[in-house]
Write a protein that binds this ligand. Sequence first.
Ligand SMILES: *Cc1c(COP(=O)(O)O)cnc(C)c1O
Length: 374
Amino acid sequence: MIVTSMADLAVDLAALRHNYRQLRGLCDAGVKFMGVVKADAYGHGLLPVAGALVAEGADYLGVGSLEEGLVLRQAGLALPVLLLLGILPDEAEPTVAAGLEVALFRPDVAQALAAAAGAQGKKAGIHLKVDTGMGRLGLLPEDVLPFLEGLRAFPQLEVLGLTSHLAVADQEDKSYTLRQLGQFEGLLRAARDRGWELPLSHIANSAALWEHKKAHFALVRPGIMLYGSPPAAERRPPVLLQPVMSLATRVLQVKRLPPGCSISYGRTYTTPAECDLAVLPVGYANGYSRLFSNRGEVLIRGRRAPIRGRVCMNLTMVEVSHLEDIREGEPVVLLGQSGNACLTGDDLAGWADTISYEIYLALGNANPRRYLGV
Ligand SMILES: *Cc1c(COP(=O)(O)O)cnc(C)c1O
């Protein structure tokens, strides 16, 4: 990847550690903590984030793919790692060899894992994935007990727990989440009645971690709050989170336009009066969404400057008429703190009708990352 160096993307590991400690403080002492680091740690960088979480005492890591799990092992991280999406049958051998645990919901994968474990003289740790109402991965509730009975044929599999995912844990109305939790508890009870211990059952994402203590079970698995954002922009968590990612640049050109000038492709903005314009060397090639066109803002000297016209591939224009004497080279914050002002992941997400998760991934994946607080 060849990238522009004019966008400065920073990842603050001290803020990540702070967020970890805040979340850990919301859990009882016996509850295990899985840091969710899938999708390259939400765009923050898998290994630096995983290393920081492990150093703080995280018990588990959750990743999206076998590849991510292997990267953790090659870096020498020996703690339990769960492959949240499960695996394909032909991935069983390297999964077992690396001692990675698997979210399981397919009989053919159970068979492949048992065969690989048998051949390697090991056990394969699995978490049985149940769909309690997310409508995504997992066995339907009525299939859980029959599936478990089928696993008795595979003593090479160590069934560590049931796992499920909540669809609306971040919403004010708790009724659907309570129904999912009830469903999950009922299944746990039924399975335990049949002799399955299931010591490591878990369902809590970030939202459930702070809003549903009874969802903690044996382990919590937050993602987004580690990275400093609430799961839903309109609901404030009970702890002070620090943003981990920030994006800055410097003004590339300043110019004064007369009234009646159009700005950028498509001529979607025309200056109503004389306008001081700053051209910034950041665009959608940097993951800075074109949907921010005429909607977003940046911060210069702690004050807001609105985006004028369309965001381009490598350039974005902002109006600085209300700011005194802006010069070329002036620092600009696109995400993060400037003076007393701050632009959050949720601010950027709002301009693009998306969520902070997608903003962090887009920016983090498109720019070289500089680490602070290492
Ligand atoms: C991504 C993910 C999480 C973390 O969710 P957040 O909303 O980021 O806390 C937890 N569990 C599973 C299965 C996930 O896919």
